[in-house]
Design a protein around this ligand. Sequence first.
Ligand code: SIN
Length: 299
Amino acid sequence: MPAASNVLSSIDSAQPQTFDIRPFPGAVGAEVTGLDLAQPINAADFTRIHRAHLDHHVLVFRDQHITPEEHIAFSRRFGELQIHVLKQFLLEGHPEILIVSNIIENGRNIGLGDAGKFWHSDLSYKALPSLGSMLHAQELPSEGGDTLFADMHRAWDAVPEALRKVVEGRSAAHSYTARYAETKFEGDWRPTLTAAQLAEVKEVIHPVVRTHPENGRKALFVSEGFTTRIVGLPADESRDVLQQLYALSVLEANIYRHRWQPHDLVFWDNRSLIHLAAGCPAHLRRKLYRTTIQGDAPF
Ligand code: SIN
């Protein structure tokens, strides 16, 4: 690995690249074309990408022929990387990369087959949840396999006044094991967690409504994937309120549906969005590499 000072000087001296950032027609997301993430990104280009990420919440970088090392290096420009608790699905030699895949080789799943089967924000079950994730297509199915992203700022804007009064200032519990064993797609992808893995994913408490630390906007921060209850509400009321919030989180107008193209790298903001893997027929191969960037404690 190059020394940090060499990396920084290569960034300083990197040539500018000519690229376009085009917002998608809906409320969420933008496409980035003409940029090569295998090349060092200079400070001005990085600032432009960073700004677009804050504005559009999910960026689709087309046609990225990058190695795992380049994927990791670009991810690190945004912060420290988080290592997923399911160590058996980390890319050999690159623990910063989680393999998301339904492929079985030699009788064993090579990756997490049903990652994202419920709406969620990555690693919201950690004290320091993820800032953002970068998912790079390796092998795509001929049918299905889309990823959906829902805007949680717009979700908060849609919450009616009476419901706001119930949840503002409240916190919710998040747990990795909340729905761990539930299967939605064919197959039994989920390995039993060891005691060490369980110790890594103890329940955490986060505000129901968070303020994005960079764009200053409020966002709902609950999801069906990892949120288990609203602290201080009776169980039935907590369940009912969460169901109402989940419904408001996935209004059609606030969703971007990503239909993967070969070599796409998709970078989303977990502080602004929740996402869902729509799944594909089990006999079709799907493999992607994910890095996860650590964020701040939600407030
Ligand atoms: C994830 O939740 O990170 C996986 C999304 C996907 O496989 O489309």
